[in-house]
Design a protein around this ligand. Structure first.
Ligand SMILES: [Fe+2]
Length: 282
């Protein structure tokens, strides 16, 4: 449904359906996959059904596979992901190992590669409109010992809850709602972005709770504070899950965070990530 073209009645129907259909039970959100190299019709259909409703779908690969990285790429391409972001940490296909890197820079964008907590954010909130991350996938190769719990919140629900409480959503849709200053480490220029926008008729969110190096527009400052409170205080709409080996998740770049963690004595937590500039499609 295109909420851009909707009147108040249709918006309410959409919002009510969204909130009533919410589930934070893993059983409602996960698909068991027999062979990631060749998804069955029903596995694919189930993945599409779940992500269409919740903007998130978990998956569990039941059997061991020979080449995990290649199987994850195969799985992703079968549900329509592609055009991956390539960065300094990814391989040439765009697959990135999320693990502790030694001597990591202290900039907020590099915290994924440490054992520290990651605050609520969407991926690529510092990207411009030509490089929007519409969907991302994470897959757990090795789990942590303690911590490393992920929390997720559907950004469409955050948008609905904001509208229930405030009447200035437009302040979050300004093209310069916030500014990320020039990144001196990688040379990326300063960028202005909206928090909420519509991309291909679907709500897209760019957001971070980082406190340093993010400059809020005078108009959006108050609204962004209110949005942060909504996200922090909406436990009932948080989905919490700690990955175990063989589990993964695909989301329409919904808001997420990670608690700090410790590694098992002989195994480092290792996740694989793909950031796709296109959404899942049948
Ligand atoms: Fe992230």
């Amino acid at each position: 449904m295109n909420i851009l073209e909707n009147n108040k009645t249709n918006y309410k129907l959409w919002a009510d359906k969204k909130l009533q259909g919410f589930s934070n039970k893993l059983d409602d959100l996960i698909v068991e996959i027999d062979n990631p190299n060749s998804l069955s019709k029903s596995e694919k259909a189930m993945m599409h059904r779940i992500i269409n409703q919740h903007n998130i779908v978990f998956f569990q690969i039941n059997k061991g596979v020979d080449d995990v990285k290649s199987s994850i790429k195969m799985l992703a391409s079968q549900v329509g992901l592609g055009n991956y972001e390539i960065d300094s940490k990814s391989d040439s296909d765009g697959l990135t190992e999320i693990k502790i890197h030694d001597n990591i820079k202290t900039d907020a964008e590099y915290i994924p590669y440490t054992d520290k907590q990651l605050k609520w954010h969407t991926d690529g909130y510092y990207n411009d409109d030509d490089n929007l991350i519409l969907t991302w996938l994470l897959f757990c190769k090795n789990q942590s010992e303690n911590g490393g719990l992920n929390k997720y919140m559907d950004h469409e629900i955050a948008y609905i809850l904001f509208n229930e409480n405030f009447d200035n959503i437009d302040d979050l849709m300004l093209n310069n709602a916030y500014r990320i200053p020039k990144n001196e480490l990688n040379g990326r220029e300063a960028i202005d972005n909206p928090i909420f926008s519509f991309v291909e008729n679907k709500l897209h969110m760019k957001f971070s709770m980082r406190e340093k190096n993010i400059i809020w527009n005078d108009k959006s400052k108050e609204a962004s504070k209110n949005l942060k409170n909504i996200i922090n205080d909406s436990d009932m709409y948080h989905i919490s899950h700690k990955f175990t080996e063989g589990q993964g998740v695909i989301t329409n770049n919904i808001i997420h965070m990670r608690t700090s963690f410790t590694n098992l004595e002989k195994k480092n937590r290792l996740l694989y990530r793909l950031r796709s500039k296109q959404r899942m499609r049948a």
